[in-house]
Design a protein. Structure first.
Lengths: 275, 320
């Protein structure tokens, strides 16, 4: 039933569907380059008369989006790197090293990834505020994201490492390789496709986080772009052209990543949730 | 066996940093929240005791004599006072009802995802472009989704109003204001949430479709099975693993709904679109009722636990 050549009727219908589906995106792109005058006249759903790219300048420079953008990078990139490192080591241990606790630890990691965040909110807030002193720092957010995403990431890496044949690892052990060297020299290079897939997922999830930035950060100049956008919506009530520009800026990194690394992203999603 | 010992040591070393972080930020917090749900903690006081044991602290402060005389200490309060209060809290029930509405109607996005996957499961260069564009909403932050849909549904000039006026369902100077409506606000939120989620379900179903065994499908077609029968009796059963995953991520997503509600309606008007996740946040961080918030979180956790256990059973079945 699949994979047959489709006629023009199919493609016309598909195109209509597509336009409908992406119309929210198109509408925000259009609104983001309209002038306030045009919006005030009530021309919300028309083609912009002139392209007001200065809206982006306004958002980036006066709206502080440049700072929010940098904050998002400073939160997302270290978290992703830390998770890749920890989950690849943990995944190797759970998949290829023999020890009794392995299945229980695995269950713990899998169970944690489905938790409702609310069960963690107060303790994590308390921990950052009163114990670790990382409240209102980007580091605090990095630590939380790293810890929470380890559940999914370790499970994901463990499933990938299991597909590496035991023979390779056994041979290295017989040659007297230490477990660290096996991980570093043999397993890690083989993990590259899984790490790429995982990295794209983690980047998107952490970049898009809003709740934890709300809980763990207070100072405006430290906030990531999601919290920044929400803040500025309060200041820019009725300035829908600026709100849209802000939304577009916040969406650009994940969209670019998706555009260039779509294969990894999709593979990650299906690998991670499949089995 | 020395090698066995080596491996065990290495395993714990490899996992050590992960386990410390995970224990601190994920495992212990669960128990801490369960504990807090028995308290009336305000987030400030240094001492946090369950409500039913608070009289111990009071008697300590007043000296033992006071508790013996009995006059100054209050009667012990139940440790489940927060839950008793929840039972009588109208907003809690509205939030719970809305979470159920989310569960039911958010699931419709899974059908949309399935339909889209079936429709676009075509081998053609152009089809992959179409698919990418359909996947796009999946990578947007919910803050972005909420911003976009927020003004789509805006009462004065939003696209919905514009279309309703064009179709003369709404008079020129009438307003619908979906998100400000007691009855419709949650519907608006779920539609916005379904947009990226349907894309996600589409990805999962497309992966499922590409794993189907071609020979079975071809054999069925040769046997003269109609396309509808093929879908219903062969394709859908073969997609069962994908459906299970889709069901679980959809239900978890419905229970986790926070961002969109917080951004688009703030739970309003008058809490009519509130959900447990947001209500917990409001009670805790806006009203400083940490104990009460912890109780709401515990209820949410209890509901999720059913799903988590179902998922764990499914994955351990897959592993074996």
């Amino acid at each position: 039933m699949e994979e047959r050549v489709r006629g023009p009727v199919y493609w016309i219908f598909a195109t209509l569907l597509l336009v409908l589906w992406v119309s929210p995106i198109l509408a925000s792109l259009l609104t983001s380059v309209k002038t306030l005058d045009e919006l005030n006249r009530g021309d919300y759903w028309t083609w912009p008369q002139k392209l007001a790219f200065e809206n982006y300048y306004e958002a980036f420079v006066n709206g502080g989006f440049s700072r929010y953008f940098v904050n998002s990078l400073l939160i997302t990139i270290p978290s992703v790197i830390a998770i890749l490192f920890l989950s690849s080591a943990g995944g190797y241990a759970l998949a290829k090293l023999r020890f009794k606790a392995a299945p229980y630890l695995l269950l713990m990691f899998v169970g944690g990834m489905l938790l409702p965040f609310q069960i963690l909110l107060i303790p994590v807030f308390y921990l950052s505020n009163h114990v670790l002193g990382t409240y209102d720092t980007r580091l605090g957010l990095v630590l939380f994201h790293t810890a929470f995403q380890l559940g999914f990431a370790t499970f994901f890496m463990r499933n990938f490492v299991r597909t590496i044949p035991d023979g390779i690892i056994e041979a290295a052990r017989i040659d007297g390789c230490s477990e660290w060297r096996i991980y570093r020299r043999i397993v890690l290079p083989l993990m590259r496709p899984a790490l790429a897939a995982l990295a794209t997922l983690l980047f998107t999830w952490i970049w898009n986080d809003y709740l934890w930035a709300l809980i763990l950060l207070q100072t405006d100049t430290l906030k990531p772009i999601t919290a920044g956008l929400q803040n500025l919506k309060g200041q820019w009530i009725a300035s829908y052209h600026l709100q849209s520009a802000g939304a577009v800026i916040a969406a650009i990194p994940p969209v670019l990543m998706f555009a260039f690394l779509q294969k990894h992203f999709i593979r990650g999603l299906t690998m991670g949730s499949g089995k | 066996m020395p090698q066995r010992h080596e491996q065990r040591k290495a395993a714990w070393l490899f996992l050590f940093p992960s386990l410390v972080l995970y224990a601190l930020y994920v495992v212990l917090p669960i128990f801490f929240t369960l504990y807090l749900s028995t308290t009336t903690w305000d987030g400030f006081s240094a001492r946090v005791l369950p409500a039913c044991l608070e009289f111990l602290a009071n008697s300590e402060e007043l000296g033992t004599g006071a508790s013996l005389s009995g006059g100054s200490t209050e009667a012990p309060v139940s440790c489940f006072a927060n839950y008793a209060e929840l039972w009588n809290d109208d907003v809690f029930w509205v939030a719970l009802r809305n979470n159920l509405l989310w569960l039911v109607f958010f699931s419709l996005s899974a059908f949309v995802g399935l339909a889209l996957a079936l429709f676009f499961h075509v081998k053609a260069r152009a089809a992959s472009f179409y698919k990418s564009m359909f996947f796009m909403p999946m990578v947007f932050s919910l803050v972005v989704v909420g911003t976009i849909w927020g003004w789509f549904l805006q009462p004065e000039f939003g696209l919905l109003e514009f279309l309703l006026k064009k179709m003369h369902i709404l008079g020129e100077d009438e307003q619908f204001g979906l998100l400000a409506s007691f009855h419709w606000a949650t519907a608006g939120l779920i539609v916005a949430a379904a947009w990226p989620h349907a894309a996600y379900c589409m990805v999962l179903y497309l992966a499922g479709l590409s794993n189907l065994q071609r020979n079975v499908l071809e054999a069925a077609l040769i046997d003269g099975v109609s396309r509808w029968q093929l879908l219903w009796h062969i394709v859908l059963p073969m997609l069962r693993p994908a459906t299970i995953v889709v069901t679980i991520v959809t239900m978890i997503g419905a229970l986790r709904s926070f961002d969109l509600v917080a951004i688009m309606t703030g739970g309003g008007p008058a809490n009519s679109s509130n959900v447990l996740a947001l209500y917990m946040y409001q009670q805790t961080f806006e009203n400083n009722r940490y104990g009460y918030g912890a109780a709401i979180a515990t209820v949410l956790f209890a509901v999720s636990l059913l799903l988590i256990v179902a998922y764990l059973r499914q994955t351990s079945r897959d592993q074996n």
